[in-house]
Design a binder for this molecule. Structure first.
Ligand SMILES: Nc1ncnc2c1ncn2[C@@H]1O[C@H](COP(=O)(O)OP(=O)(O)OP(=O)(O)O)[C@@H](O)[C@H]1O
Ligand SMILES: [Mg+2]
Length: 392
């Protein structure tokens, strides 16, 4: 597979969540040359899995491997080089996924991802090569909660748009097509803007097309956002009962009172001067407020973690509601950090209610011992110097 196909994964990732039969439970995982994990095999994975061990033992690397299996790329970057073990030419992750539920046809799939230092990727599903990482995401929908998740509060609007679109693409199966159309239109329009001809008929035509796609995309975002904010309100009230009310507001990316076409036409001169389109869904954002102020300025670090947990959990709940009982997979890296026992217990209860398969990492097993008591079967793995032993 070419590098481009993997770098284009953002599109593919989104396409995956539009799949109708995405569900999944990972039952086995083989890891080869991911960071300090030279050769690891995890079998009999459960609905709930805990990985514990000292700093630097390899816990995050296991979660990273599951993410690689879902996206063919690392948590943080599109390049695989940093996660390939030092001195190795490539990494390989292989997983077995059982999909479906008892009422529907259950099916088994194997997923394989190999990433090379030159950026190339080989992706296989049930032994057959596939071109796009989108297919992986459809088999293994993953939600991650790690230290990068604070970007939902403190990062750029792009982080929040990606978060929102994860959910929209999953529930709205036509959204990916509209989203692709919007991306094509904006690229074309920006190219024409740089030519600088205000009377360009082609520019007018792309502006109309862009406005239509932008309105449609935004409508889907608004519908999903409305459900998300309701769900979020419930979850955040459960996990953070003792704080100022935390609320979400959607900003669509242009003036609320006017159509996108009106705004694009009104802004044409400025767009021509600067060579790009200023208004539209590419500027959308979610404001996260504690009381009347920005949550990132107001809340403590632990409270911020509870808010980002509630955002991801709300998505997990909506996924479960839309997926006909299917599961997504939660990767909760170092879950206990920054949370006291009581808040950790509240988060664990919510995680369990999403019915997601869950992989939780922590340093000390005792941190989770008293708070994680799900009815689901639980597997416990001890991670030590890149070796993993199943204890339960
Ligand atoms: N490309 C690489 N090749 C080999 N080892 C690497 C590579 N990248 C990182 N490492 C090492 O892998 C080890 C495991 O890292 P990992 O982040 O999985 O640890 P962890 O168990 O999550 O630790 P912590 O509790 O501190 O979060 C670390 O010692 C890290 O330095
Ligand atoms: Mg870690």
């Amino acid at each position: 597979m070419s590098k481009t196909a993997v770098y284009g994964f953002y599109y593919g990732e989104i396409a995956g969540f539009g799949s109708t039969d995405a569900v999944s439970m990972l039952t086995r995982l083989d890891i080869h040359n991911v960071r300090n994990l030279a050769q690891v095999r995890l079998t009999d994975l459960s609905p709930a899995n805990i990985l514990y061990g000292a700093n630097g033992s390899g816990k995050t690397s296991v979660l990273e491997s599951i993410h690689l299996l879902s996206a063919a790329r690392s948590f943080r970057s599109y390049t695989a080089r940093s996660v390939i073990s030092h001195g190795a030419g490539n990494l390989t992750v292989y997983g077995e996924v059982s999909s479906g539920n008892e009422e529907r046809d259950a099916r088994e799939r194997s997923l394989g991802v190999q990433r090379h230092r030159n950026g190339d990727a080989d992706i296989r599903i049930s032994g057959l090569p596939v071109r796009s990482a989108a297919h992986l995401a459809a088999e293994l929908p993953v939600l991650v909660l790690n230290s990068d998740s604070f970007d939902l509060l403190t990062g750029s609007p792009r982080d929040r748009r990606r978060f929102l679109d994860w959910g929209v693409f999953h529930v709205e199966h036509t959204f990916f097509t509209v989203w692709q159309r919007y991306q094509r239109c904006i690229r074309q329009r920006n190219t024409l803007l740089r030519r600088g001809n205000i009377r360009d008929a082609e520019l007018m035509s792309w502006t109309h097309e862009l406005a239509a796609a932008g309105e449609s995309l935004t409508l889907s975002r608004q519908v999903y956002f409305s459900r998300l904010s309701t769900r979020f309100a419930q979850v955040v009230a459960s996990v953070l009962p003792d704080s100022l009310p935390v609320t979400l507001q959607f900003r669509r990316g242009w003036d609320r009172e006017r159509s996108l076409l009106e705004v694009l036409n009104a802004g044409l001169v400025v767009d021509l001067e600067q060579g790009f389109t200023h208004s539209g869904p590419q500027r959308a954002d979610i404001r996260i407020l504690a009381g009347d102020a920005s949550a990132s300025d107001t809340l403590s670090r632990g409270q911020q973690k509870l808010v980002v947990s509630a955002l991801k959990l709300a998505q997990g709940h909506l996924f479960a509601e839309d997926g006909g009982g299917d599961r997504c997979i939660f990767l909760l890296d170092d879950l206990p950090s920054e949370l006291d026992d009581e808040h950790l217990r509240l988060v664990c209860e919510e995680v369990e209610q999403t019915r997601a398969q869950v992989f939780i990492s922590c340093i000390d097993l005792a941190d989770l011992h008293d708070v994680w008591r799900p009815p689901d079967p639980l597997s416990v793995f001890h991670v030590e110097h890149g070796q993993i032993v199943k204890e339960k």
